[in-house]
Design a protein around this ligand. Structure first.
Ligand SMILES: Nc1ncnc2c1ncn2[C@@H]1O[C@H](COP(=O)(O)OP(=O)(O)O)[C@@H](O)[C@H]1O
Ligand SMILES: [Mg+2]
Length: 412
């Protein structure tokens, strides 16, 4: 059972169903409900009496959450007490994503380079810190949640940081993290019994426009994932392996993504996520051999036995953004989505609704993710590029340059 909405839920359900699982979705947000229904039964949590009853009735073995907000839901305790395993670390182990300053302290304790950072609770305190540290600081929420009043604002100069600190909401304070440049990459692994099992090295194209121009959008415009069980770029060695004692101590069981920036000759951790990630999950699950059995082994604390399918060593994801994106305050009407030709790779619909006679309507800012896999980067990208051009929707756009920069890891 997936806890989520949109293309993430549709992808996880469809891929695990193709691998033989019986799937369903508990809808956790009030939008993007139609896409998961293309892949299996859905239940709106807003009107479902008890998630635990649903799990019991359907004999659910595994729950895959889309985001970390499930842990704050009123039903979190009954989920943890149910028969189902949750594909996520729980309790204290969640703090590595939830609490940015905790992640900083952890990195300090285990010798993982982390940018200079500071939590400020008021505008005055933030400006005072900036005056004493006249460099560029990225502005983030101290506690991660999809409902935070602050979303990451990547400031590249001291003046940028100063300008934005006058604007942001201080209800939950701000986490100021020194800007380390653009040489970013990610690494995604599974953790069980204090051991780190590498899956992929990945990239996300977070800027709204081609050439990595424009703002860092709320969701990326594309992504790459390369099977990397041997950690060829050294990201797991730098950012994950030093944390093994903490993984063991907290009983960490589940996925982890480290995002790093290469600066001054070494990788620095800028963020940890306790999920495979919205962009990477649909690629990783298609690339893996027997994903259902692998997830079940991990959930029961066994070594996951990571094996990739031959010819699927690389994944490419391209997002079709809708009218107004990335400035989500701008909204258009729902408009028809049409296809010009037959799709030959995965297309996960996000903010769409079913119209009359099997038609599709775009209802929001992120219309679809087009995801292809192949034996190398150019093969996967070629298929994604060919397919995204078959989808038409007024005011939509995509980045035609996904995969052309920021790869191999460490490059701009
Ligand atoms: N310290 C930093 N230096 C440079 N870029 C950063 C830094 N922190 C974040 N960014 C950019 O902003 C993006 C989002 O920040 P991140 O910490 O991952 O928060 P979130 O994913 O919660 O928005 C990063 O992927 C990166 O592109
Ligand atoms: Mg991030």
């Amino acid at each position: 059972m997936v806890l989520g909405v949109g293309g993430f839920a549709q992808a996880v359900m469809q891929i695990l169903s193709d691998d033989g699982a019986e799937v369903s979705c508990a809808l956790t947000r009030d939008y993007a409900h139609d896409a998961p229904a293309f892949a299996g039964p859905t239940h709106d949590l807003a009107s479902t009496e008890s998630l635990a009853d649903l799990i019991e009735r359907q004999s659910v073995d595994l729950v895959v959450p889309m985001s970390i907000d499930w842990a704050k839901a009123p039903w979190a305790g009954s989920l943890l007490g149910s028969r189902a395993a949750v594909f996520s670390p729980t309790g204290e182990a969640m703090r590595i994503e939830r609490d940015r300053d905790f992640a900083r302290q952890l990195c300090q304790r285990y010798g993982v380079p982390f940018p200079a950072a500071h939590v400020a609770h008021t505008r005055l305190a933030a400006l005072e810190f900036l005056d004493c540290n006249p460099r560029a600081f990225v502005i983030k929420n101290p506690l991660c949640s999809p409902n935070s009043p602050v979303h990451t604002i990547v400031c590249e100069t001291h003046g940028d940081s100063r300008a934005w600190l006058e604007r942001v909401n201080y209800d939950e304070g701000v986490f100021l993290q020194e800007y380390l440049g653009r040489r970013e990459a990610g690494h995604i692994a599974l953790v069980a019994n204090g051991e780190v099992y590498s899956l992929v090295t990945n990239q996300e194209y977070k800027r709204a426009h081609a050439g990595n121009m424009g703002i860092v959008a709320g969701g990326p415009l594309g992504g790459l994932a390369q099977a990397d069980p041997a950690d060829r770029y050294g990201l797991a060695k730098a950012l994950l392996h030093p944390l093994k004692p903490w993984f063991a101590e907290t009983g960490y069981t589940g996925p982890i993504q480290a995002t790093g920036i290469f600066c001054d000759g070494q990788w620095h951790a800028i963020e940890y996520n306790i999920r495979l990630g919205i962009t990477a999950t649909p690629m990783i699950l298609r690339m893996l051999e027997h994903p259902v059995a692998l997830l079940m082994r991990l959930a029961s604390g066994e070594p996951p036995g990571v094996r990739f399918r031959t010819g699927r060593e690389f994944g490419a994801s391209m997002t079709l953004a809708g009218y107004g994106y990335p400035f989500v305050q701008l909204e258009g009407p729902t408009v028809p989505v049409t296809l010009d030709g037959k799709l030959t790779c995965d297309v996960w619909w996000n903010e769409v609704a079913s119209g009359d006679g099997g038609s599709l309507l775009a209802t929001g800012h992120r219309v679809a993710d087009v995801v292809a896999v192949g034996s190398d980067r150019s093969a996967a990208l070629a298929v994604a590029n060919e397919n995204i051009r078959k989808i038409r929707c007024l005011g939509s756009y995509f980045r035609p340059d996904i995969g052309e920069s920021l790869w191999p890891p460490g490059n701009e």
